[in-house]
Design a protein around this ligand. Structure first.
Ligand code: ADP
Length: 178
């Protein structure tokens, strides 16, 4: 679909680390020093340059790590991208509404991407893995925030979904926005 800002939103089934894009967004953790899921896959395929850049961030502006809902860019190393934008999703809570933090991940990542001049941005379904966010709600927040916040120079936002369940939930979230 095309948003009112003229940005194309696409869904792809596959592995985020195999994508070609200006920016690949990492579902990182606040340490910025790697983890499981998307984070592990990005560092494995992207090679040691990304971790070295993250260590430099920890040694400079991000001594305490990256806060939940914030985003920061590094090199993309060996990935087929110009930058990795690392963002820290909130852990799902059944007693506290952390939706604003999840929306912030998408908004801040897009802001950083636009500042860099990125035209294509590939996102995973942030927080819906190890951090336990229900996929239907995670998809709804992702799609709504991207439709509202993606602006030129960003031309295309691609959600890269690992499995059928995630793909179907993003499809219905997108259909509900039309
Ligand atoms: P979080 O800690 O933010 O929950 P995860 O990396 O555990 O992040 O998972 C986020 C989502 O990304 C999950 O839906 C998971 O299935 C999916 N995922 C895991 N690896 C990949 C990958 N290589 N490419 C695309 N999506 C992935």
């Amino acid at each position: 679909m095309r948003t009112s800002h003229g940005v194309t939103v696409r869904l792809v089934r596959g592995d985020l680390t195999r994508q070609t894009a200006d920016v690949i967004v990492n579902a990182a953790n606040s340490s910025l020093l790697g983890g499981g899921g998307v984070d592990g896959a990005i560092h494995r395929r992207g090679g040691p340059e990304i971790l070295a850049a993250c260590r430099e961030l920890r040694a400079s502006h991000y001594g305490k790590g990256l806060r939940t809902g914030q985003a920061v860019a590094t090199t993309a190393g060996a990935l087929d991208a110009r930058w990795v934008v690392h963002t820290v999703g909130p852990v799902w809570s059944s007693v506290e509404d952390r939706s604003a933090l999840l929306a912030s991940c998408y908004r801040e990542s897009l802001r950083v991407a636009a500042e860099l001049g990125a035209r294509t941005v590939a996102f995973p379904a942030i927080s819906t893995g190890i951090y336990g966010w229900p996929l239907d709600d995670g998809a709804r927040i992702a799609v709504r925030t991207v439709i509202e916040e993606a602006v030129p120079p960003v031309e295309e936002v691609r959600f890269v979904l690992f499995d059928d369940h995630a793909y179907v939930e993003f499809e219905s979230a997108l259909a509900a926005q039309r």
